[in-house]
Design a protein around this ligand. Structure first.
Ligand code: URA
Length: 229
């Protein structure tokens, strides 16, 4: 890994600040003053910034109970973002694994492990997402079969993959989907002439939203959760 990338992964410094530190002689590589941002660093090398030893930590995984009104993005000028709720060093390295709409609440996963993120979000892996929803109009029994067979969403060429709908009340249901198309749940209900009035994600794969987490709170995933997606 390049020296500047290594420092970026172990501190909150911007690229510009990192280059300035290297230029100013504040970075030591194996006891020698670093000469270039492009120098290569291996896990065995000792990198010090102003005398402090920098170390790469392992990948990180968090679950957040996303409240309504927060964007599933890392930065935005208009709305607060999910990342605003996370207090961790180097949080700029975290990515969101499976976005939620601004008004959707519930389980949001964040990680700096790109491969793990891909496993959750890639349609090839068919990771099940479970949503609880309420609707404007009564839910009809025939939706169960329609969603099980797949429904054609507005603007799509192929129907959705089979989904399981559990009716919980006149206007309340749980939906299990395998994909993560843009606004998928809302568009599925729109395709059968209904409208989602509230949406909450309960689970992704075998990771369930921790009932102890209040909206806006987060925690690290357990080892078991990390391996069970
Ligand atoms: N489907 C939607 O329509 N919105 C979400 O936020 C998630 C799934």
């Amino acid at each position: 890994m390049r020296l500047d990338k290594f420092i970026g992964s172990t501190t909150d410094l911007s690229r510009k600040a990192i280059h300035a530190c290297i230029k100013a002689g504040q970075v030591m590589l194996n006891g020698q003053r670093a000469t270039s941002a492009a120098q290569s660093v291996t896990p065995e090398d000792r990198v010090q910034l102003n005398g402090e030893l920098l170390a790469l930590t392992g990948p990180r995984y968090f679950m957040l109970h996303k409240p309504a009104g927060y964007l599933s993005a890392t930065t935005d000028s208009q709305h607060p973002t999910a990342l605003d709720l996370i207090q961790e060093p180097r949080k700029h390295l975290l990515q969101i694994a499976g976005r939620l709409d601004l008004d959707t609440t519930g389980l949001l996963l964040l990680t700096d492990d790109g491969q793990w993120n891909h496993r959750i979000t890639s349609p090839r892996h068919e990771c099940i997402k479970i949503y609880r929803l309420t609707t404007a109009e009564p839910l009809r029994d025939e939706y169960i079969e329609t969603f099980a067979k797949g429904v054609l969403l507005h603007g799509e060429k192929k129907p959705t993959l089979p989904a399981r709908l559990e009716l919980l009340g006149e206007k309340e249901a749980r939906l299990h989907i395998q994909e993560g198309k843009y606004h998928q749940v809302k568009r599925m209900l729109a395709a059968v002439g209904n409208r989602v009035t509230s949406l909450h994600r309960e689970a992704i794969g075998r990771i369930q939203l921790d009932p102890q987490l209040k909206p806006g709170e987060y925690r690290a995933l357990t080892r078991e959760e990390i391996h069970h997606v």
